[in-house]
Design a protein around this ligand. Structure first.
Ligand code: DAH
Length: 355
């Protein structure tokens, strides 16, 4: 016991030194760690004679308590000291002028993609993505557009190699192919994204955006297509009534194919979407051609469905009254500030179907 009293004194002295938190913790583990001095002393209990054991235990306990209290006190002192030092050294000067900051704006295309995704997700569509660099098979062949098909020229394709194996996708339709090849029907997806064609004027840019839609299940028919598009257009343009017409058309990947026009009128030079007597073409669609389904190994005796594709930039221009497409991609901060969206200000169509 006299040894341990010496050790106690030694440690009391050590604790008076100028210590940091690490030093104190080191001392603490020397004393109370698994094979620390005090812990070892307790292990000796068994070899102390029965009559001395009680006193041994009580002395050892009081030494233990004394040292523990000292150590905890030391730790507390050091921590308080650190806080005080910080308070002294890290004062905030509230009289300094504030730093200027810019809050970014959301680009109309990003905004419209979010709106479209939110509207379609309400009726069970999920969002898929595909790469901008596609292979010729997904972009054309699988979509029932063989080598010599005139639609290939019409697309003004940017090819990436002489063999015309890789290209910048000319539409979002290859995401249909990727989706159907990578899982099993039913499919109910939209696929927004960038698309590319060698074309540039006030309403065409070499890079633009489309959204593809695909719904394949048992017994899906053109009535479903019509209902879906009617719902989307009303939600997107935030109108209760809409005139809509299906015009027969041709796409290699749909049969029958149609283009959809919506009614509008001009008021003070502005386009008002709804029930007016003028027509505006906004998308292409149809029932997915059986050849496409065969190419992606979907059983045409069990499954069928519709697809559609529309230009996102045009939808943004129509909804938000922007008349030059090229400005979309010029990254002019003043333009973005004017036409962009405040990230904290959420328009009603984006919030979902509150109407
Ligand atoms: N991919 C077509 C285009 O870019 C648009 C389109 C038309 C997509 C009909 C479809 C569709 O899915 O069914 O011109």
């Amino acid at each position: 016991m006299s040894d341990i009293i010496k050790i106690k004194e030694e440690y009391i002295n050590k604790l008076k030194d100028n210590l940091d938190l690490n030093n104190v913790n080191q001392l603490k583990s020397e004393l109370f760690g698994k094979s620390g001095i005090i812990s070892n002393e307790f292990k000796k209990m068994g070899s102390v004679s029965a009559e001395d054991r009680k006193k041994f235990a009580s002395d050892l306990n009081s030494i233990k308590n004394e040292l523990q209290i000292l150590i905890e006190k030391r730790i507390q002192d050091i921590e308080i000291n650190e806080i005080n030092l910080k308070l002294q050294n890290e004062q905030v000067d509230v009289t300094l002028p504030e730093r200027s900051f810019n809050r970014g704006k959301i680009h109309p295309v990003s905004q419209v993609i979010d709106e479209i995704s939110s509207i379609f997700s309400e009726i069970g569509f999920s969002v898929q993505e595909g790469p901008d660099v596609e292979n010729e098979y997904n972009n054309f062949t699988a979509l029932n557009t063989p080598d010599n098909h005139p639609a290939r020229d019409m697309h003004d394709t940017f090819y990436l190699d002489n063999k015309k194996e890789f290209l910048l996708r000319t539409h979002t339709s290859p995401v249909q192919v990727r989706t159907m090849l990578s899982s099993k029907p039913p499919f109910k997806i939209i696929a927004p994204g960038r698309t590319y064609r060698s074309d540039s004027d006030q309403t065409h840019a070499p890079m633009f955006h489309q959204v593809e839609g695909l719904h394949i299940d048992k017994n899906i028919n053109m009535g479903h297509l019509k209902g879906c598009l009617n719902y989307f257009i009303k939600e997107f343009f935030e109108v209760d009534k809409i005139r809509m017409r299906f015009r027969p058309s041709h796409f290699p990947f749909t049969e029958p194919s149609a283009e959809v026009d919506i009614g509008y009128e001009l008021k003070d030079g502005k386009i008002i979407i709804g029930e007016g007597d003028k027509w505006l073409e906004i998308l292409g669609c149809g029932m997915v051609h059986p050849n496409v389904l065969k190419n992606v190994k979907v059983d045409t005796s069990k499954f069928q469905g519709y697809a559609f594709g529309m230009g996102i930039d045009r939808l943004a221009m129509l909804k938000y009254g922007i008349n030059d497409l090229r400005a979309f991609f010029e990254t002019d901060y003043r333009w973005l500030n004017h036409f962009g969206f405040d990230p904290l200000d959420v328009p009603s169509s984006y919030r979902g179907l509150s109407r």
